[in-house]
Design a protein around this ligand. Structure first.
Ligand SMILES: Cc1cc2nc3c(=O)[nH]c(=O)nc-3n(C[C@H](O)[C@H](O)[C@H](O)COP(=O)(O)OP(=O)(O)OC[C@H]3O[C@@H](n4cnc5c(N)ncnc54)[C@H](O)[C@@H]3O)c2cc1C
Ligand code: SF4
Ligand code: SF4
Length: 797
C-alpha cells in the first residue's frame, strides 16, 4: 500500500461500507409517488411481524381520512373501495381494518395465506420484537404465538373471526385507468378488479439474487440449506460473503461436506465476527469443535454441530476469497480469481448461492412506483435543472462580496420612519438593499419551518434540543447580528471614534470602503470617523471556522482579531469538542450547512449513496483541506515578505486574480466556495441527500475527520436486540454502514458521523445509543434521550 492508500484506509477505508437494498420509496402511512397506492409490511421498512401488522392498519386509517376517498366512495357499485395485494401479515391486517370500517375491499393472494410464515422452518421460535409494542390494530401476537405452528394457528383464528376472505390470484401490476385503479387477474389476466385505492402488501421475499452464470438453473444449485447432514461426503460450493454463506459453510463442514467458500471480496467483513472466527478455525482444522446452534440467517434453517456428522469423516473448508463462479455443470464448477484472473475448475456436487434476495422490484417498475437508488431519466433531468438554477442563484448572491445594491423591492421599508439613520427601519432598509440579506432571510425561514416539522416528525428530546440549537444559531449570529444588530449599533455610534467598542470593531469588522464609496465625497471622511459602515458579515466567523470560512483569514492585511479567535476555534475548541462529543457536536449542532441538512434535508437522507465506491469520494474534502492549507501558508508568507511572489501566487490560486491571467474557474473561491459548497452542495439536496457537501467535500469536516480518529465518541449497540434490518444504515446521510457495527456489537467510530440521531431514533428495536468511552475505556451512555423505543422501555420498566 502506498502512503495515500494507507492514509485513506486509516481515515475512511477501514470502516464497513455495505450498500443498501433498493426498495420502493415509501412515505407516511405507506404513501408512494403514485397517489392512491400505498405500500405496507416489510417493504415499508422494518421486517418484523408487529410492524407489518401496524403498517397495514395505519394505511387503511390514512385512506379513511382522505376527503377525496370519502367523496368517491360508493359512487360506482363496480368499483371496490380498496384492493389489497398480498395476504401476508400486513395485507390481512389491512383487510381486518377495512372490514372493521365497513369498506368494500378485495384481498388477493398469489400462493397461500400467510405464505411467508408458513414457510418458516418447522417449530421455529417466534421473536415478537419490540416486546413492549402492541400493534394498534390488525393481527396481534399473544404469548401463545411462540413457535411457528402456534403463530399460524393464532393468525388464522384472528383472520376467520374478522371475516377476512381472499381471492387466489397473482397480481402483476397496478394500472390507473379512468380515475380508478385496475388490477388484472384470472385466466390470461382477463378478469379485472377496479378499486379507488390500492394497498400493496407483497412482502420482501421476492426472488433470490442470481449469480448470472451458465449452469445456474441446474437442480444442484440451491438457495436454502435445510439439512446439512444430506451433504456429508459431498463436494459443495458455497457462494457469498455474508452470514448466510458463512453459516451454511460452517454447518456443511461440521456435518462432513468438503466445502469451498467463494467470495468475490478479498476479506470476509460482513459476517458476524464469531462466524468469521469459526470459518477460520474450520479452514485450519476441519474437526474443530464449532457449531451453528442458532442460525441468524433465515436461509440456514437447521442448527448444526459436529455430533451430527455421526461416524462419517470430517469435512473440509477452503476459503476461496477474491473469486467468483463463472460456470457450473454436472460434477463440476469453475471459479475465476478477480475479474480477469485464471480459472479454477472444482469437483462439485452441489452449489449454494447465498448472495441475497431482491425485493419484487419489477412489480413496482411496471406500476410506475419510484424505487430508491434507481436513477431514472427524470432524475437526471431534474438534477441538471437544479444545478443550472443554483448556478444562477449563487452568481446572483455573490454580490455579497462586491456589495452592489440591488433592485429588490424595499418600498414597504421606505417609510418616513426609515429615513432616520439611527432608527431600526433605516438599518433594515439598508441591509435589505443587498442580496445577501434576502438570501440569509430565506435561509432562516427555511430552517424555522422545516426545523419545526422535524421536531414534530421525530419526537425525542435529542431532536428537540438539537433543532433548537441549529435554529437559534441560524437566526442570531448568522442573520440578526450581521444584517440588523451590528449595522444598527454602527449607525448609533457604538463603533465611533472614542467609543468603547471601537477597538473591537476595528479588529473584527474593518471599515467597508465599498460602502463609503456610495456616499457623497464630502461626507466620506466624517462617515469613516463615525465608523458605521463596516464588513459586519465577518461576524459569521464566530460560528463558521477556518477552513469552512476562509475569508476572515485570507485578507490583504492580517486581521489579528480573527486570527486569534479563529485559531483558538479551529485548533483548540473544535478538537476538544470532537474529542469528547464527536464531529457531530459541530456538524450536527452548530454549523449552518448542517442546519439546512437536518431540517430541509431531513426527509431526503435515504438518498445518500452507500458502499465502497461512494466512500472514495470522501477524499475530496482532504484535497480541499490541503488546498486551503497551502493557501494559508502562502498568505502568511505574503504578509511577512510583501515583496516575495507568495502574495501574487496566493491571489492567483485564491481568487483567480489578477483577472484574465489567474485560474478563472479552478481558483479556491470559485471552485471550492461557490461550485462545491454552493452549487453542488445544494443542487443535489433532493437527489443525493442534504449532506453531499458535508460528507464529501467540506474542508473543515475533513480536518475534523482527522480529529475524530482520536475521539471518545461512540454509538453503542446492544447486539442481541439487533435484527439486521438495515434501517439504520439506510437512513444515515453520511453513508455510514451502522448496521455492520450494530449486529456485531462493535461501538461505531466512523469519523463521518454527524450525530443527526436518525439511526438511533429509527432503529425499531432500540439497539443504538449515543455515548463515549470514559477515561478507563468503559462505555458511558448519553443522558439526552434519542431513541423512542428506549424511552418506551424505560417508561414501562
Ligand atoms: C425465515 C424468517 C423468519 C422470521 N422470523 C421472524 C420473527 O421471529 N419475528 C418477527 O417479528 N418477524 C420475523 N420474520 C419477518 C416476518 O415474517 C415479516 O416481517 C412478515 O411476514 C412481513 O409481512 P408482509 O405482510 O409484509 O409480507 P409477507 O408475510 O411476506 O406476505 C406477502 C404475501 O404476499 C403474497 N404475494 C407476493 N407477491 C404477490 C402478488 N404479486 N400478488 C398477490 N400476492 C402476492 C405472498 O405470497 C405472501 O403471502 C421472519 C421472516 C423470515 C423470512
Ligand atoms: S447519528 Fe447515525 S445516522 Fe446520523 S450520521 Fe451518525 S451514524 Fe449516521
Ligand atoms: S441497529 Fe440497525 S440493523 Fe440493527 S435493528 Fe437497529 S436499525 Fe436494524
Amino acid at each position: 500500500m502506498n502512503a495515500f492508500a494507507r492514509y485513506f484506509h486509516w481515515l475512511h477505508g477501514k470502516w464497513p461500507a455495505g450498500s443498501i437494498e433498493n426498495l420502493p420509496v415509501v412515505g407516511e402511512a405507506g404513501a408512494t409517488n403514485v397517489s392512491g397506492v400505498r405500500i405496507v409490511g416489510d417493504l415499508s421498512g422494518v421486517p418484523l411481524l408487529k410492524f407489518s401488522s401496524e403498517t397495514g392498519t395505519l394505511a387503511v386509517r390514512a385512506i379513511l381520512a382522505e376527503p377525496e376517498f370519502v367523496r368517491q366512495r360508493g359512487q360506482d357499485a363496480e368499483v371496490v373501495d380498496i384492493a389489497i395485494i398480498g395476504a401476508g401479515v400486513s395485507g390481512v391486517s389491512a383487510a381486518m381494518e377495512a372490514a372493521k370500517a365497513g369498506l368494500r375491499y378485495r384481498l388477493f393472494e398469489a400462493t397461500q395465506v400467510f405464505s411467508t410464515v408458513a414457510n418458516f422452518p418447522k417449530a421455529k421460535p417466534i421473536f415478537t420484537y419490540p416486546t413492549d409494542m402492541t400493534p394498534s390494530g390488525g393481527i396481534q401476537y399473544p404469548p401463545t404465538s411462540s413457535v411457528k405452528e402456534a403463530l399460524i394457528e393464532d393468525m388464522e383464528r384472528q383472520r376467520r373471526e374478522a371475516g377476512v376472505e381472499t381471492v387466489m390470484a397473482r397480481i402483476e401490476k397496478v394500472e390507473r385507468r379512468g380515475g380508478v385503479f385496475v388490477l388484472q387477474h384470472g385466466d390470461d389476466a382477463k378478469t379485472e378488479t377496479r378499486a379507488l385505492r390500492v394497498i400493496v402488501a407483497i412482502g420482501r421475499s421476492g426472488n433470490f439474487r442470481r449469480m448470472g452464470v451458465p449452469g445456474e438453473e441446474l437442480d444442484k444449485v440451491m438457495n436454502r440449506l435445510h439439512d446439512p447432514k444430506d451433504f456429508a461426503g459431498k463436494d459443495v460450493l458455497v457462494v457469498g460473503g455474508g452470514d448466510s454463506a458463512a453459516e451454511a459453510a460452517i454447518a456443511l463442514v461440521v456435518c462432513g461436506a468438503r466445502v469451498t467458500l467463494s467470495h468475490r471480496g478479498a476479506e470476509l467483513n460482513r459476517p458476524k465476527p464469531e462466524n468469521v472466527e469459526k470459518l477460520k478455525m474450520l479452514a485450519s482444522d476441519p474437526s474443530a469443535s464449532v457449531a451453528v446452534s442458532q442460525p441468524t440467517s433465515e436461509r440456514v434453517t437447521t442448527a448444526a454441530n459436529s455430533e451430527m456428522r455421526g461416524t462419517k469423516p470430517a469435512g473440509s473448508l477452503r476459503l476461496a476469497l477474491g473469486t467468483s463462479p463463472v460456470h457450473i455443470e454436472s460434477g463440476k464448477a469453475v471459479l475465476r480469481r478477480g475479474k480477469d484472473g485464471p480459472e479454477e475448475p472444482l469437483a462439485n456436487d452441489f452449489v449454494f448461492a447465498m448472495i441475497g434476495r431482491e425485493a419484487p422490484l419489477e412489480f413496482f417498475r411496471r406500476s410506475g412506483i419510484t424505487i430508491g437508488g434507481e436513477r431514472s431519466r427524470n432524475w437526471w433531468i431534474t438534477a441538471a435543472l437544479s444545478v443550472v438554477f443554483f448556478l444562477w442563484i449563487y452568481h446572483w448572491k455573490k454580490e455579497f462580496f462586491v456589495g452592489t445594491p440591488v433592485d429588490v423591492n424595499t418600498t414597504v421599508l421606505k417609510s418616513s420612519a426609515g429615513s432616520d439613520p439611527t432608527g431600526l427601519l433605516y438599518t433594515i432598509r439598508e441591509s435589505a438593499s443587498y442580496r445577501s440579506f434576502w438570501y440569509s432571510f430565506a435561509y432562516v425561514i427555511v430552517i424555522a419551518i422545516f426545523g419545526f416539522r422535524r421536531v414534530k416528525r421525530r419526537r425525542t428530546p435529542y431532536v428537540k434540543m438539537q433543532t433548537l440549537s441549529l435554529a437559534l444559531i441560524a437566526i442570531v449570529p448568522l442573520f440578526l447580528l450581521p444584517e440588523i444588530v451590528l449595522p444598527w449599533m454602527g449607525h448609533n455610534g457604538f463603533f465611533a471614534e472614542g467609543a468603547p467598542l471601537r477597538g473591537f470593531a476595528d479588529q473584527f469588522f474593518e471599515v467597508a470602503n465599498w460602502k463609503l464609496a456610495k456616499l457623497p465625497e464630502a461626507d466620506r471622511a466624517a462617515a469613516a470617523a463615525f465608523g458605521a459602515e463596516r464588513s459586519y458579515w465577518r461576524v459569521i466567523g464566530f460560528i463558521l471556522a477556518w477552513p469552512l470560512l476562509v475569508a476572515n483569514w485570507f485578507t490583504d492585511k492580517p486581521m489579528f482579531g480573527w486570527l486569534i479567535v479563529g485559531g483558538i476555534q479551529t485548533f483548540v475548541l473544535i478538537p476538544l469538542l470532537v474529542w469528547r462529543f464527536g464531529k457531530g457536536a459541530y456538524c450536527g449542532w452548530i454549523c449552518s450547512c448542517g442546519a439546512l441538512a437536518e431540517t430541509l434535508g431531513d426527509t431526503q437522507r435515504h438518498k445518500m449513496p452507500h458502499g465502497p465506491k461512494a466512500t472514495r469520494w470522501n477524499m475530496v474534502g482532504q484535497a480541499f483541506l490541503a488546498f486551503a492549507a497551502v493557501l494559508m501558508v502562502l498568505r502568511i508568507i505574503g504578509w511577512i515578505f510583501p515583496s516575495s511572489p507568495a502574495g501574487a501566487i496566493f491571489h492567483f490560486l485564491h481568487k483567480g486574480a489578477p483577472l484574465g491571467s489567474g485560474l478563472p474557474l479552478l481558483n479556491y473561491e470559485y471552485f471550492v466556495d461557490l461550485l462545491w459548497a454552493g452549487v453542488i452542495g445544494v443542487a443535489f439536496y433532493f437527489h443525493l441527500s442534504g449532506r453531499v457537501w458535508c460528507r464529501f467535500a467540506c474542508p473543515l469536516a475533513a480536518l475534523m475527520h482527522i480529529y475524530a480518529r482520536f475521539s471518545r465518541f461512540r454509538i453503542f449497540a446492544e447486539k442481541k436486540k439487533c435484527i439486521s434490518c438495515n434501517v439504520c444504515t439506510s437512513v444515515c446521510h453520511q453513508g455510514i454502514d451502522i448496521m455492520n457495527f450494530a449486529n456485531k456489537g462493535i461501538p461505531m467510530e466512523d469519523p463521518q458521523c454527524v450525530r443527526c440521531s436518525a439511526c438511533v431514533q429509527q432503529c425499531p428495536t432500540g439497539v443504538l445509543s449515543f455515548g463515549h468511552l470514559d477515561g478507563a475505556g468503559v462505555p458511558a451512555l448519553d443522558r439526552l434521550a434519542a431513541s423512542p423505543v428506549q424511552m418506551r422501555e424505560k417508561a414501562t420498566a
